[in-house]
Design a protein. Sequence first.
Length: 399
Amino acid sequence: MKRSNIDAMICKQEEITDITREAINKIQLDKLNAVLKKEKERQGFYRDLPERLESLADLKNLPFTTESDLAQKGSRMLLCSQGEIQRIISEQTSGTTGAGKRVFYTEGDCEHTIELFMAGLGEFIYPGSITMVAMPFSGSFGLGELIAEAIRRLGAKPLSTGTGRTYGELNRILEEEQPDTYVGMPTALLSMLRMCGKGSIKRALVSGDACPQTVMKAIEEILETRLWPHYGSREMGLGGAICCTAHDGMHMRENHCITEIIDENGNVLPDGEWGELVITTIGMEAQPLIRYRTGDWTRIIPGRCLCGSETKRLDFVKRMDPLGSIREMDELLFEIPELIDYCVKIVDGKKKITALFTSDNGEERIRSVLEEKDIRSWNCRKVKWEDLALYPGKRVTRQ
């Protein structure tokens, strides 16, 4: 079995010949100490932390960084000049009405992300491939743009599909462009496959959202092949972990990110146990974060991967969402083979679901129901599917 492309990427970036656990640990400690030293010199946000750690084990003694810290004091976390910033991504912090998170990237940060995307996509995209990129396109150095650039460098052709396309538009893309590969969010992919058919698509990378087993199984049954799940977040440079040919977890970009798993009391857990993912982004030039609590629930898979790589692997990842049940709702609702997509509104404390179904005679219908009612009693009305855009899956709104 071919070793994960993540190893070759790290070797190239760090100018080493092989990846071992010892080599990774040394890279991480050296880069962490370089960040701590620079924080002291620049009197940055982390200026009160020690200037140097003797071992990676000492990292657990440092305080956590939170979403609130990033939202309120993100500009103080910059370790470069404003002139070096190539991209800023702003996001309203969940549960607040104040300032949103702002994450900054240099050109070097974006280049490292492109190289990570190339490593992940290079596992299954080949020169001449045509790939639908159903991710947000938001201008220079945006997520969709970085994925498209990685695809071009691999000698393949990106189709900048973006998000919010109608089913009619997606169907035309499938028929006219004949893409063989898809990159996008899992529920959007399943919705498209159930509504439009798989067409020429043979392989798919899913990221940007949790992928419940129900959704993954349904997609793999339609495509008749394994999915390639990836993990990333704004705070780690949009890309964090990639799948290899073993399909047993996602390999972390460990030369740029130290990972810990903690319990509800903040104690570091051993590999194999489930908890909250904490990251220390030692490879970020603009805005390195130390012990940032991601709010994502996962585990580090113990041991070496079947592919031979010793880089740490994450299991599936889900949000520790205070609203609670979006992933669970996906697990339940997408078991219905006629379900195309749904969205949720919380009205007076109750979940109101609006869902799009296909019927036995091929007519598409929208059904609305309060979650508490029997699914068989859903009222429905006919729709023209070609005029419908994908529902904003996973998006919960309050009224």
